[in-house]
Structures are given as C-alpha cells and as structure tokens.
Design a protein around this ligand. Structure first.
Ligand code: ARG
Length: 585
C-alpha cells in the first residue's frame, strides 16, 4: 500500500515537471500533514523555496503547480494559504478506499525496505563490576526501540552490547580481591554484584593511596592482557557475575542483546595504530600517540589531540571504539552504525568518527550516528536517588513501578467490585509497571533531561503507557461485549465516515506509516509516542460521540472496522516501543 504522502508526492512531482521542466521532477515537494487542520488535511510547501530560487512570487508559483496537478481522485481543488502553502483536503471516497485497504493489510500500510541493509545498534553497554545505572537504562530502552523499528522495517539489525569489560579496573579489583577475598577469584557465585561494586570502590581507594598496590595492579593488567591463565580466569568470573545481574534486567525489560564487550577488540587495537600510522596522521605528544583534531581546540585555540595510545603503551576507550568501528565495517559489513549513549559522549563519538575518516577506514557509504540522550533526574530536579540518598538500583526502580501499578489496580478492583485472580493481578501490574517506565522515557524528546516520576508515568490520563493500554483494552472489550471477531468483519465491507470525530480518526489512522518513516529518519521514538497518544485521544473522542454496537448496519461494521484498525495500530506501535498490550486490565 502506498502512503498518502507518497501518492501526493508523486502527483506533485509530475506537476513540477510539467510546470518547470523535467529538471524539477525529482524535487521534494515537501508534502506533509497540515499544520492547521482548518485549511485542509495535507499541505505542500514547495512553492516558497522554489519561488526564491526562480525569483518569482510564491503564490504565483503555487498557482502554476495547482494548474498542472491532477489530484481529482484524491483531493478537493487545492487552495493557496498564507504566503504560498498549497492546502489539500482529502475526498471522503478516497479516504474510505484507503481505510479499506489498510484494514486488509497485515503490515498496516508500512512498506518494508527493498533490499535488506545491515545496521548495528550499539546500546545499553554497562560496565562490568560497576552498577548499571539509569543512563544505561535509558540507552537500553531507546536502543531497543530503535532496533525494533528498524527490524520491523526490514533492516538486518545486530544489537550489540559494548560492555566495559576491559581495562585498569580489573587490575585493581583482582589485586584487591587477592588480598581480602581470594575465593572470589576462583569460585563462581562467591560474589554478589552489590559486593563487587563495593569491592571495586575499595580497590579504587587503595589504588589512589598506596603506590605498592598501584604497581601490583598494573602488573595484574599486564598479566590479563598477555593472557595469564589465572588472571584470565579471575577476570572471567568477575565478568560472569556482572553479566548475570545485567541479564536479569534485560529479561524483565524483554530486551535482546548480543554481548561483544571491549575485550573482544583487544587483538585489533594494534592494527588501529598501524592504520593511523600508515595514513601519516599519528603524532607523538608528551609521549602519547595522538591524532590532532579539526574543530576541537583548547582555550588558546590550538587543536586538541585524540589520544589513541597512552605514554605507558596502554590503549583507551577511543582506541577500542576505533577498533570496533573498523571491525564492524570490515567484518560485520554494517552499512549503518548507531550508538546510543548519553549526550556527554557526543564529543567522544564526533572525534572517533573524524579520526576513523582520516584513518581511511570509515567510507562515505557507511553512516555512523551518535544518538544522544539527556539525564534522568529526580522530582527535586537533582540526580535520581533513593529516599535515603543512595544511588538507585535498577532492579528496585522497576520493582517500585510494578508496586505502584499493583496498588492502583487493587484500588480499582475494589471500587469496581471486581474479582480477579492473583495471576491476573501479577501480570497486569508487571506489564503496566514496566511499560510505564519505558514509555516515560521514550515519550520525551530524548535530547532533553527528564524527570522521573512514578505518579506521572503511571497516571491513567495523559501521555502515559496506562492511557494507551486502556484505549487498547477498551477496544477489545467492545468486541467481547458484542461477540465480534475483528478479523472477520464480513465481506463487501463498506466504510462510512459520517461524524467529524470518525472522519478525524479515519484520517489519522492513515498516518502510521508516515510516522514510522519519521522515526526511521530522525531516530526519535517520541514521534511515535506522540502519534499513538494523539490516536488514542482521537479514538476516545470518536467512541464518546459515535455509538458502535448500537448502530445499525452498515454503519456498525464500518465503526467496528475503525475500532479494529485503532487497536492494531496501537498494538503495533506499542510493540515497536517494546511494550506489550493487555486484552483486559
Ligand atoms: N560503557 C560505556 C559507558 O558506560 C558505554 C559504551 C557505549 N558504546 C561505545 N561503543 N562506546 O559509558
């Protein structure tokens, strides 16, 4: 099914060709949903930039385009608004036909990309022996949504967990544990992650205070890197311990990841240095190997270096990312690589990409994108903390959301005098709680910081997961009440758009594919959330104004079809956000 946008775009391009010659046939006519619905349903903005280019009056240009448009089957006669926008009002017949094909389309009008292209999404990526924090939670939720969307569109997606499992922290940790708790280095399960994190803190303290300890820790790193058996084994145990903890979070969030940590790239680090050397861009600066950057300067305006090998010969975070980038392009053959981390790492990625370009291992055919996000804050506007002032454990954070959801459900059951099984309550609380956390994160423009509030994210009104889940469950309850099988609404379906609210709903249902395209382009999940929220509101308005089960045929079936399309759209949209629906709640 071709989206309305695509159909209109095609018609406009034909008209542009006719009006201004074949050179203009490829120009993007800038068609999109109307900003002000009083003037129409869609608008095309091309007349303004075109007029500028041709040195003519935009309204005249708009008129010329309109004269050459043949849109009779789709729209009423276009009008010109403001300085030269072309306003388009869809014809009811056309809308009805479109909705009918949408109903028959399993993919709800979303076109898959032609030839599968390989994308790597690098997300979540916590650090071993350190706590997984809310920043990693954001990365996990946003990265998963991006991966799901691209997978749905037909991309081949490799979801990589670039865990911090290498480096100096292990030297300290192993040396420290040898002293105080050697069992932890030989026995699986001797440690809990909480302990591990505490041990790490103590080890760091020792490291900062005691030069002999420092020396031993450095030796341990060398041993680890040179493959010393005992040290490797200890390292493996520590990693396993963290990994198990991380996995519990992923399971609860229902997120799939392939772990390929920093250690994986260890054998390729030297090649990076060689490649940079070969390009003649490696320079020694105070003993360290560097590449000097363009566009990054210190206070006195001198170019800053990206250090790729420290003066002691060790490699760093940037070297690993350069090695990973090379590997992903050469071995994984990725055409697009997306990194989801907090905005604080924007410079890091810009620098890595620049050096990779200069080093000649990032070809123009491969798109690399850093997808940054803001901070999660507590309701006091400060860093998110527990009531007693400690950093919040992700597990507790999710549990708390589920508890809130459970209390809310139990209250409702009481007021409605409803009886439900323990199982039902558990299931609903779990889904609502987790969905609320995910949705609260995804519905914000990811660049901005957001305030973490259980009350807000679990509210039944507003742009929240529960609101959307309700809309879905309500539609399912209509079919239960009327004994309706949404998948078989009969043959010769007729769609009748009579009331304003149902016309509005119908039009909006047809915009799903355009919305998904937006998300693909901008990697902004909140675009999809906004759409789903607006859709739920439009549905609720329709449902308040238009009787469904009580209407006579053929109106009844037509309205049921709108209900079903809304439910399917919500279900699909929410699934791309990593949220599963509830038939009843
Ligand atoms: N481990 C890093 C952190 O916790 C995130 C890694 C992101 N991915 C990457 N390829 N650098 O900040």
């Amino acid at each position: 099914m071709t989206s309305i946008n695509e159909q209109l775009t095609q018609k406009f391009q034909d008209a542009l060709g006719k009006s201004f010659g074949s050179d203009f046939q490829e120009v993007d006519p800038q068609v999109g949903p109307a900003r002000d619905l009083r003037h129409g349903d869609y608008q095309a903005n091309i007349a303004l930039p075109l007029a500028k280019k041709l040195g003519k009056n935009p309204r005249e240009i708009a008129q010329t385009i309109i004269d050459n448009l043949s849109l009779e089957t789709i729209c009423e006669t276009p009008t010109i608004g403001g300085p030269g926008f072309i306003n388009l009002k869809l014809k009811p017949n056309y809308l009805e036909a479109q909705l009918k094909s949408l109903y028959g389309d399993q993919g709800l009008g979303i076109k898959k990309i032609g030839n599968s292209s390989k994308v790597i999404v690098d997300f979540s990526s916590p650090n071993i022996a350190k706590e997984m924090h809310v920043g990693h939670l954001r990365s996990t939720i946003i990265g998963d949504c991006i991966a799901r969307t691209l997978e749905f569109l037909g991309y081949e997606v490799l979801r990589l967990n670039h865990v911090g499992d290498w480096g100096t922290q292990f030297g300290m940790l192993i040396t420290y544990l040898k002293e105080v708790y050697p069992d932890a280095l030989t026995q699986a399960d001797a440690l809990e992650i909480g302990d591990l994190v505490n041990f790490y803190k103590q080890a760091k303290k020792r490291f900062d205070e005691d030069p002999t300890f420092q020396e031993l820790a450095r030796e341990a790193v060398v041993k680890l890197q040179s493959g010393d058996k005992e040290t490797r084994q200890a390292w493996q145990l520590l990693c396993d311990q963290s990994r198990r903890e991380f996995q519990q979070i992923y399971d609860r969030l229902n997120v799939q990841l392939t772990e390929r940590g920093e250690s994986f790239y260890n054998p390729y680090l030297e090649d990076v240095i060689n490649a940079l050397e070969q390009q003649g861009i490696l320079e020694k600066d105070q003993g360290a190997q560097c590449v000097f950057l363009e566009g990054f300067t210190n206070k006195s305006g001198d170019p800053l270096p990206l250090i790729v090998q420290k003066s002691d010969g060790g490699y760093n975070y940037a070297t690993t990312d350069l090695a990973a980038l090379r590997y992903r392009i050469k071995e994984d053959e990725a055409q697009q690589i997306i990194y989801v981390t907090d905005a604080g790492q924007s410079n890091h990625f810009a620098q890595v990409f620049q050096v990779a370009k200069k080093g000649n291992f990032l070809p123009d055919t491969v798109a690399v994108t850093h997808v940054p996000f803001g901070l999660v804050k507590g309701e006091d506007g400060k860093k998110l903390k527990t009531r007693s002032g400690e950093t919040i454990k992700l597990k507790d954070l999710l549990d708390e959301a589920i508890n809130y959801a459970r209390k809310d459900l139990e209250n409702r059951l009481q007021t409605e005098e409803r009886q439900e099984s323990e199982e039902f309550i558990d299931h609903v609380a779990e889904i609502v709680g987790i969905s609320a956390v995910k949705y609260a994160d995804l519905s914000q423009n990811r660049i901005s910081d957001y305030i973490f509030s259980y009350d807000k994210m679990l509210a039944l009104q507003g742009n929240t997961a529960p609101y959307m889940l309700y809309a879905y469950a309500r539609i399912q309850s209509i079919s239960r009440e009327g004994n309706i099988d949404y998948e078989n609404l009969g043959e010769n379906l007729q769609i009748i758009l009579q009331e304003d609210t149902e016309i509005e709903l119908g039009k909006y249902l047809l915009q799903l594919s355009e919305t998904i395209k937006e998300v693909e382009k901008t990697l902004l999940p909140n675009r999809l959330c906004d759409y789903l929220y607006e859709l739920s509101k439009k549905f609720n308005r329709f449902y308040e104004n238009c009787p469904v089960l009580k209407s006579d045929e053929p109106l009844k079936t037509s309205r049921l079809l709108l209900c079903d399309l809304t439910a399917r759209t919500l279900k699909l949209g929410l699934s791309l956000l990593g949220i599963s629906v509830l038939e009843r709640m």
